[in-house]
Structure formats: structure tokens, C-alpha cells
Design a binder for this molecule. Sequence first.
Ligand code: IPM
Ligand code: MG
Length: 370
Amino acid sequence: MASRKLLLLPGDGIGPEAMAEVRKIIAYFNADLGLDFELDEGLVGGSAYDAHGKAISEEDMGKALAADAVLFGAVGGPKWDSVAYDVRPEAGLLRLRKDMALFANLRPAICYPALAASSSLKPEVVEGLDILIVRELTGGVYFGEPKEIIDLGNSQKRGIDTQIYDTFEIERIAGVAFELARARGNKVTSMEKRNVMKSGVLWNEVVTATHKARYSDVQLDHMLADAGGMQLVRWPKQFDVIVTDNLFGDMLSDVAAMLTGSLGMLPSASLGAPDAKTGARKALYEPVHGSAPDISGKGIANPIAMIASLAMCLRYSFNLIAEADRLEAAISGVLDDGLRTADIWSQGSTKIGTTEMGDAILGKFKALSA
Ligand code: IPM
Ligand code: MG
């Protein structure tokens, strides 16, 4: 079979440390499982700015567009706090999302049984939690124009961002959420602010119409996004799939992530539309955690979210379902054995660093593959 082209963009902060663990696992896939991944690597974020003066170079952007999938680490850090807005580290990630047309962002929040005690919520509230946030990723206030600061001339300035959603954007993200719900708990909760935003009124209408036309077998509920945030911390297990816009999805997915004990645990997938001819989707996989500059370079970062992002990549881009299941089982297994990085450590478990965690997961994966 043709080789599988993967572009690695480790980025900044703990991104490269976490990516090093993924590289080990892929090396094993190639050497022992004959999976034939062809790796390339590029720069994004602050590291790209230092090398090229931009958050991603044209060459690396080209590589991303040509790859079967992109694995992304994290971007940003205090070192680049004062660089110009259009070349700030985050601009690299936003350009990848926009130019690769990755409109569907899947953010699972799963509470591993071994970690229920590390959540800031009571164990019974989060134990066994398994929800999926489907966030619209290429529209809304992130990209709407005008987006500017204008000088009003009377020593006043005006900052403007524009929230825009067209019918087709809402329809296609709702479709992704309904399809995914069918393979899970068959329930979708749509969140917007129709009580104050016109884009929220349209969102609600289009999700309702899409449901009626094509997905009436799935249960659909609507919730105002602020109430949704409250319900997420009150009783998160009421949810199965949540579908929401770019900005609400950004915030609600951070809330959902923290329910599970640590931001260091959660992967995400950003997917484009299937190609009309080949059915292949452009895709980028990244941990939900950021670059965590405070702990970078210390060898203590948690690589689980990055490794779980590789598992999502196996599942969604390469249809390697058995391998994805096994990699996820390896993560669970290592946690069951009591191994923890500092962010998820608690009394009675064994504290280990980034490399040891990567090695332990690979060891478990090998054992499960034997
Ligand atoms: C995320 C991040 C990004 C976002 C930043 C880094 C631009 O917070 O992926 O959730 O706001 O989308
Ligand atoms: Mg965010």
C-alpha cells in the first residue's frame, strides 16, 4: 500500500517534548508493524517566527496541504508576547485551520476511571464521563470581517470583531455532530445565544431544520451556551455530543477538558470535508493543552494528549481502528498501573516524567500487540 504521509509540527513549549514520544511510537509502527508512515517535519508558531519571521512558512503550509494528516503540538509563549498580531504564534494554527478548511473540531472529554479523583469535581460527577464537543472551527468571530481596531480620533479607539455564520456552515457542522452521535449515545445538544445574537437565532433554526430533514432518529436538545457551561460543571453526564460555534466551543471545551482531571489528557481532531473523488478528509490532530511555557524543557510534561491525538489520527485519517483502540487501551493500562506525570499525580501513585510516560505507553502497546 502507498505510504501514509504524516507532517509533524511540534511547535513551541512542551509541544516538541510531547511530539518526541509520538515519534517513538511511530518508529515502532514502521519497524515492527509494517505500517509505513512517511514522516516530514515543519515549524509553526514562535519557532517558525524565530526562523522565518512568520507563524508558518509557505513551504510548511504547502507540506501541510499535501500530507495525509498533520500532527500538531502547541504554539505560543511569553517570548513572543510582543510580536506583531498577524505573525503571533497562534496565527500559524489559525492559518492551518482556515487554509486546510478544517471546519469540524472534535474534542472528546473522557474521564479515565483512574483519574476521577484528580478532577476538581466530585468523583461521582465525572467518573465514566464520555462526551464529545463538536466545535465549528473555520467561521464565527475568529475569522469574521471586519476585524480591526479603528481610531475614532477623540482619543478613543474601537475594537471590532464580527460574528458571522452562513446556513451552509451551520448545516455541515450539525451534520458531523448528528453522524457522530449515531455511533455513540445518539443525542446532540446544540448550544448558542439566540437570546442575544442573530447568529444564534440562525444557528438554532438551521440545526433544527437539519435534524428534521435528515437526522430525526437522533435526540436533539437546544441550550443557551451560558446555561450549557453551567450544566457542564453541574452534571456533565447528561451530555453525549455537544455542537457549538467557534468561540463558545473554545470556552466550553476547556471547561469540559478540566472535568476530566487534567488538560494534559485530551486530544482533538480537526477535519475538513471528504474529498468528492477519494473520500479522504484533510485533517490535523492536536492536544487541547497549550504550550505550557512554565513547565517546558523540564521533562515533566504529560505526553498523553499528544499520544491520544495520534490514536485519533489512526482512527479518522487511516482507518487503523484496531491500532487506535490498542493505543487508547495502552494509555488506560498505564494509568491503571498507577503511573502519573506531575499534572495528574496524587498520593499513592508513581510520579514519572515525559519520556518514562511515553516509554510506558509504548511498552503497554507492544504487550497488547503481542
Ligand atoms: C484552542 C486554542 C486556540 C483557539 C488558540 C491557540 C488560537 O485556544 O485550540 O482551543 O482559540 O482556538
Ligand atoms: Mg482554546
